[in-house]
Write a protein that binds this ligand. Structure first.
Ligand SMILES: [Zn+2]
Length: 287
C-alpha cells in the first residue's frame, strides 16, 4: 500500500497532474521487422526438434538464426519463464527492461525481444500469439509480460523463509549448467529477467502494485518466435502453474510446456539478414 503523502499539494497541482503523457519510444521509430515476410515463411515450416520443460523444471533448446520456435501449452494451463542468449556468447542476453521500454509491459505479435548492451539488437520477433485476443482486461492485466523478473528462492526466503529449490530462477540455473557444463555459481550469473510466457499480470490502478491472475492459456495455445540470431534458450515451467494464487511451492497444479523448433523452406528467407551489432561507437565521450 502507498503511504499517505506528507507534503501538501502545491497550488498548481491540478495543472501539473493534468499534463498529458507522451510515449517514450514511439514504436514507429524502431527498425521495423519484415512481418509480411515472416508471415509468408511460417506457412511452410518443417519441424526439426522439440523439448519438454517438465513441471517445476526447465529445458534448454537451440534455434539457428532464421528458424522459428514455438512454446505450446500442453495438458493444462501453465506459465513459462523464458531466457534467451546469443548461442555463441552468453554475455549477450535478453534485456527485459529495455524491451519493456520499447514495446510496453506485455509482448505480442510484431514485438521483439531485445538483447543487452552493447549489442542491443533484436534476438527474436513474435510471429504468432494465440492469446492476442486477450488484450488488456478490466483490471489492466495482459499476457506475456516483461514486468515480472522470475520467481526466485531469495525473495521467497525474505518473504516466507525456508529454501525452495524449484523456483524458475533455480530451474533455469540447473538447465543452463547442464547445457554448458558451467558450475551452478557461474551459470547463475547468466540467468536474467525473463519473458513471462502465458502469465497474466499487470499493475493495480490505485496503488500501482504488481499483480497476477490465473492465466487464460489453455492446451493448444502457443506463442511463436522468429530467431533473429543463433539462440540458446531456456524455459522453466513455473512452480506457480497458471499463477492464479502463489509461487514458490509444490501446491499449485503444474503442467509441462512444449518447445518446438522449425526450419523455413529452402530459399524462403531470401534477402533477409540477421541484425548486426548496435551502431553506437562505445567511446562514451572519451577519445
Ligand atoms: Zn516462476
Amino acid at each position: 500500500m502507498k503511504r499517505t503523502p506528507e507534503t501538501p499539494a502545491p497550488d498548481d497541482a491540478a495543472v501539473r497532474l493534468a499534463i498529458k503523457p507522451v510515449i517514450c519510444y514511439p514504436p514507429e521509430t524502431l527498425p521495423a521487422p519484415n512481418l509480411v515476410l515472416y508471415a509468408k515463411v511460417r506457412q511452410s515450416l518443417e519441424k526439426v526438434s522439440e523439448a519438454i520443460a517438465d513441471p517445476r523444471e526447465a529445458a534448454t533448446f537451440h534455434v539457428p538464426a532464421g528458424y522459428f520456435f514455438r512454446i505450446t501449452s500442453v495438458e493444462g494451463p501453465q506459465v513459462g519463464d523464458l531466457n534467451l542468449w546469443n548461442a555463441h556468447d552468453l554475455t549477450e542476453r535478453f534485456y527485459s527492461g529495455k524491451t519493456r521500454a520499447l514495446h510496453g509491459t506485455h509482448l505480442t505479435t510484431g514485438d521483439r525481444m531485445w538483447s543487452s548492451f552493447p549489442m542491443m539488437r533484436p534476438m527474436a520477433t513474435v510471429t504468432h500469439d494465440t492469446l492476442d485476443w486477450y488484450g488488456f482486461d478490466e483490471f489492466g492485466g495482459s499476457v506475456h509480460d516483461v514486468i515480472g523478473t522470475r520467481c526466485d528462492p531469495y525473495t521467497h526466503n525474505l518473504l516466507a523463509g525456508g529454501h525452495y529449490h524449484h523456483c524458475c530462477h533455480s530451474n533455469l540455473i540447473r538447465a543452463l549448467a547442464d547445457e554448458t557444463g558451467l558450475p551452478l555459481s557461474e551459470a547463475e550469473k547468466h540467468v536474467h529477467d525473463v519473458l513471462n510466457v502465458f502469465m497474466c499480470t499487470g499493475f493495480t490502478r490505485d496503488t500501482g502494485q504488481y499483480f497476477m491472475k490465473a492465466s487464460p492459456v489453455r492446451p493448444g495455445d502457443f506463442i511463436e518466435f522468429f530467431a533473429e540470431i543463433d539462440l540458446l534458450g531456456a524455459l522453466s515451467a513455473c512452480p506457480g502453474g497458471d499463477c492464479s494464487s502463489e509461487h514458490s511451492s509444490d501446491t499449485a497444479a503444474c503442467y509441462p510446456l512444449l518447445i518446438e523448433v522449425f526450419k523455413p523452406a529452402e530459399g524462403a528467407l531470401a534477402g533477409w539478414q540477421a541484425p548486426v551489432a548496435n551502431g553506437y561507437d562505445r567511446s562514451h565521450g572519451r577519445g
